[in-house]
Design a protein around this ligand. Structure first.
Ligand code: SF4
Length: 515
């Protein structure tokens, strides 16, 4: 089991500080972090300017007391007798909440839109993949403007430098710190030496001329690869972002899990996927070039049955990503700290500026993490990969069901709804003869009765390594009709990118295999 935020490759002790005097950059500067004893972010405050609450496991960690900073911060072994306070990753400690499970919420429970979002803890170990010499690098792409401002202040620079850096990375798509000329030369050199690269390298880019879907394969700083998909709808572009390198959930119909899990992505590595796509979309040399972004003719480009009621009546923009779904390679709930941080970063108006209600995070049903995400209270949509109406079938298709059966999953869904007041969708991949029979539709209707939700039926994308096939159109329509007859809102998703290895993880496998 990989703890959220654990990076197996980076889990060892820090080689040396970053953004500290004495590093490889110019002498002087960044000295306050050294005085504060340990991490360069020890005095950093959250974006609201308040000093973070000092809670075991979230505050600055001193070497030699709680063990190596990384091990302690990432759930590693503690010194005997060290305080053991359970906290919710991504948020400050919440009183009266035990073991990360929210207390039952009544009908009048506050919803996310009515209260302020909790502050993020300071990011003392937001480090990227090791540099060429084994150093741990700063994940600058995964930091909020206020955090970057604090970092600069700690280094003796004015705080507005942090906002300049954030805007350059996330609004203007800088791919190289040295090219951010608004920053002083010494700062740029130091960032280039001590921060993780702000952009991944492009390995492959495939375009589906029929529906305008673009699939990217990116190489990360440590050589690993991830996929990102850009989908064109009538309301604009949606980016499907990967949250892990590989996946270990073992869903039977999925290509991403065939090689297992390699590591979690950093928040900055997820944000860099959005920045790359925005850079592509806004590049004037691509405008009108249908080899880059085809505009499908006729109905092919229209999302006629997308289950996106909030898209109605909005003016479409096609020069940037307007929605994000964390549904690419990986199980987002296994990397929840980084996913929450990523969402906070791309929500920033001075960056990608993606609205909360235009964000969706999926899960195969990790109930404990779903409860933790509900506590954070981000007003985003939760998409639960259901794929079967009973435990017996779901155990076979989605193995995590053996750990969290439907009897635990559905109450967790209700808790998420009560706590956030947001939308809940169930994803249901239709597999010919496996889960698309009339009795499955009727059973699903009974299972979801009384739950405020939407079911998205997804014709299965072919995966060469799996002996499973998509339901024929008549079976899809029959399934939808039966569900609607049972009073469950239900749509059939368009099959996007069918000609470009559309199945999650398929392009990565094919490119790495040289196919
Ligand atoms: S469907 Fe999602 S959770 Fe399941 S194996 Fe694939 S990437 Fe992992």
């Amino acid at each position: 089991m990989v703890e959220p935020g654990v990076d197996r490759k980076n889990g060892g002790p820090r080689q040396r500080g970053i953004f500290r005097s004495g590093g490889s950059g110019p002498p002087g500067g960044w000295s306050r972090s050294r005085r504060s004893g340990g991490t360069p972010f020890a005095d950093a405050r959250p974006e609201d300017g308040r000093r973070p609450e000092r809670v075991a496991g979230t505050g600055p960690v001193r070497q030699g007391r709680d063990g190596p900073p990384h091990a302690a911060m990432r759930g590693g072994p503690r010194a005997p007798g060290a305080a053991q306070v359970r906290t919710t990753p991504g948020v400050r400690a919440v009183p009266r909440v035990r073991a990360g499970v929210p207390e039952p919420q009544g009908a009048g429970a506050p919803v996310a839109s009515q209260r302020a979002l909790p502050s993020l803890p300071p990011p003392p170990v937001w480090a990227g993949p090791p540099g060429a010499d084994g150093r741990v690098l700063l994940d600058a792409m995964g930091m909020l403007p206020g955090e970057l401002a604090d970092l600069f202040v700690a280094g003796g620079e004015p705080p507005y430098r942090g906002r300049q850096l954030f805007s350059a990375l996330h609004a203007h798509g800088a791919t190289d710190y040295v090219a951010i000329t608004v920053l002083p030369e010494g700062v740029r050199a130091r960032l280039a030496a001590e921060a993780a690269p702000p952009a991944p390298a492009l390995v492959a880019r495939r375009v589906d001329p029929l529906d305008g879907t673009v699939k990217y394969l990116f190489r990360l700083g440590d050589g690993e690869t991830v996929e990102t998909v850009l989908m064109r709808y009538r309301f604009g572009y949606t980016a499907c972002v990967s949250s892990q390198v590989g996946c270990r959930q073992g869903c039977r119909f999925c290509a991403s899990t065939i090689g297992g899990l390699t590591r979690n992505l950093l928040a900055g590595e997820m944000a860099a996927q959005i920045a790359y796509l925005n850079r592509d979309l806004s590049d004037p040399t691509h405008a009108g070039d249908t080899a880059w972004f085809p505009v499908p003719g006729g109905d092919a480009g229209e999302a006629t049955d997308e289950g996106e009621p909030e898209a109605q009546g909005r003016r479409a923009r096609f020069d940037r990503v307007s929605r994000v779904v964390v549904m690419g390679i990986g199980e987002p709930m296994e990397n929840l700290d980084a996913v929450i941080r990523f969402l906070r970063v791309v929500h920033e108006p001075s960056g990608a500026g993606i609205g909360w209600r235009h964000m969706t995070v999926s899960t195969s049903g990790l109930v404990a993490a779903m409860d933790r995400m509900a506590l954070v209270g981000l007003p985003i949509t939760l998409a639960v990969s259901l794929h079967a109406p009973n435990d017996e079938l779901r155990n076979r298709l989605v193995p995590v069901n053996r750990r969290y059966p439907l009897g635990e999953l559905l109450p967790a869904c209700r808790r998420y709804l009560e706590h956030t007041g947001r939308r809940l969708t169930f994803e249901y991949v239709l597999i010919d003869g496996v889960n698309d029979l009339p009795e499955h539709a009727r059973e699903l209707g009974r299972l979801l009765r009384g739950l405020t939700c939407q079911v998205n039926l997804i014709p299965m994308n072919p995966v060469a390594e799996r002996q499973l096939h998509s339901s024929p159109p008549e079976a899809q329509a029959r399934f939808r009709g039966l569900l609607r007859g049972a009073g469950i809102p239900c749509t059939i998703r368009r099959q996007l990118g069918a000609s470009i290895d559309a199945a999650c993880g398929q392009l990565r496998r094919h490119v790495e295999a040289g196919v």
